[in-house]
Design a protein around this ligand. Structure first.
Ligand code: SF4
Length: 426
């Protein structure tokens, strides 16, 4: 029996050292406040209080939809003209708003003060405000802060900033454990937990946790697996706590999920036989389910605008497992270490771009006329009007797409726009 080894899989060329087109121009992306939409569902006793403008409130409200069954766990403390002009003490106002909120909502155990462009422009120090309010309301409520501002960030960085803000709060431990980092749907977490159990890997914790009372403990014996490719700051904060990242591809598609699990199996010395046994059934199910979508996607040309930072793992999955051709893979930011396995698995010669100059990129996309463009909401309609088929990248954050059982759902998400266009053409 041999132990599982976690080497980057043989690529079909690989793009580890491939040239990357860097662009610094106008960008078309949502801001980090967007992350509140999935984070507030995940941490069930947390509340996100955006300190921002009416624009921020509209963004969150329209992105989250109207919740009619439950009291919302996010809101905006709107900075009025008097605050922006420095005529009122915004800190006093904030303390009043938070006091009222916590009095009315005893279910809140973790409160995030979320900074925005306006709070940054008037240099409202939310870090100090969070400390002050934490002192006042602890131990009942812990108050943390992070920025979701759209100045120089992209929308998934909101989750990164939120999780990075939690890392200093995690208790210390010397115990060996596995930490899965990045918000996953509960159903996906449960599936992964079952596989880790079968592999004898544990204890396994997740960040963010479902309850703020279950913050995972970390220390030098913690090995962590990133479940999302946009967690640069969180990874660094965990490294600073002495934790060690397990290098792996991201768990998208069968191959990505196998590589991701292998990284943990290798660190825990799981034998190759045990690994094959534990993964055989879900892997085979996923392979069969994926086969249904391959004919519809194989050979189709796809172009990624930089938006979610999921682009490179998605491109790897679509090229290698679904046979799609990559015209251009744009990403807002490329963390070469975190993406090392992914880059090694991309077809050689893949055109990669980092950052954005939206006009130039639109010209390239329209000229290339790919079969599908993955982009943000703001670009989709103009591109559809050009007769191009688009996929909203934000949907990939709202849908469970990681792991074996979700591999076919991921492929289906890319099939749907073709079906929709085919129906429109009838
Ligand atoms: S944080 Fe900035 S970019 Fe985001 S909604 Fe508010 S003003 Fe707009």
């Amino acid at each position: 029996m041999t132990a599982v080894t976690n080497l980057p899989p043989a690529g079909i060329g690989g793009c580890t050292d491939a040239p990357v087109r860097f662009e610094r121009g106008q960008r078309e992306v949502f801001c980090g406040l967007t992350g509140i939409i999935w984070l507030h569902r995940k941490i069930q006793d947390a509340f996100f209080l955006v300190v921002g403008s009416r624009t921020c409130a509209h963004l969150i409200q329209s992105a989250a939809g109207v919740m009619i069954f439950a009291e919302p766990r996010f809101a905006t403390a709107i900075l009025e003209e008097r605050d922006l002009a420095g005529m009122a003490d915004a800190n006093d106002e904030l303390d009043r708003v938070v006091g009222r909120l916590l009095e009315r909502r005893p279910d809140i155990k973790l409160l995030f003060l979320v900074g925005s462009c306006p709070s940054e422009v008037i240099k409202l120090d939310l870090g100090r405000a969070a400390q002050r309010l934490s002192r006042e309301f602890s131990p009942r409520v812990r108050v943390l802060n992070y920025s979701g501002s759209g100045i120089e960030t992209t929308f998934t960085q909101g989750e990164d900033a939120c999780l990075a803000a939690m890392v200093p709060e995690l208790p210390a431990t010397e115990e060996r454990s596995l930490l899965v980092v990045g918000a996953l749907a509960d159903i996906v977490e449960d599936q992964f937990r079952r596989i880790f159990d079968q592999l004898g890997i544990g204890p396994v914790h997740f960040l963010p946790p479902r309850s703020s009372r279950d913050l995972p403990a970390v220390g030098p014996e913690t090995r962590y697996l990133l479940a999302q490719p946009f967690l640069a700051d969180t990874g660094k904060a965990l490294d600073d706590r002495g934790c060690q990242r397990l290098a792996a591809p991201f768990p998208l598609g069968v191959e990505g999920t196998m590589g991701w699990l292998e990284a943990a199996a290798s660190a825990w010395g799981v034998t190759a036989d045990r690994f094959a046994e534990a993964t055989r059934a879900p892997r085979e199910r996923a392979e069969m389910a994926l086969a249904r979508y391959r004919d519809g996607l194989a050979g189709k040309r796809i172009f990624f605008f930089p938006d979610s930072q999921l682009e490179i793992p998605l491109a790897r999955f679509l090229a290698r497992e679904m046979g799609m051709q990559l015209v251009e893979v744009g990403t807002p930011y490329m963390h070469r270490q975190h993406l090392a396995h992914e880059l090694a698995m991309l077809p050689s010669g893949t055109a990669l771009s980092e950052g954005q100059d939206v006009e130039k990129q639109l010209d390239r996309a329209i000229e290339a006329r790919p079969d599908m463009i993955v982009c943000g909401l703001g670009l989709a309609n103009p591109l559809e009007a050009e007769g191009l088929t688009t996929k909203w990248s934000i949907e990939l954050l709202f849908s469970p797409i990681q792991g074996f059982e979700q591999a076919a759902d991921l492929a289906e998400l890319f099939t749907r726009p073709f079906n929709r266009r085919a129906r429109l053409m009838v």
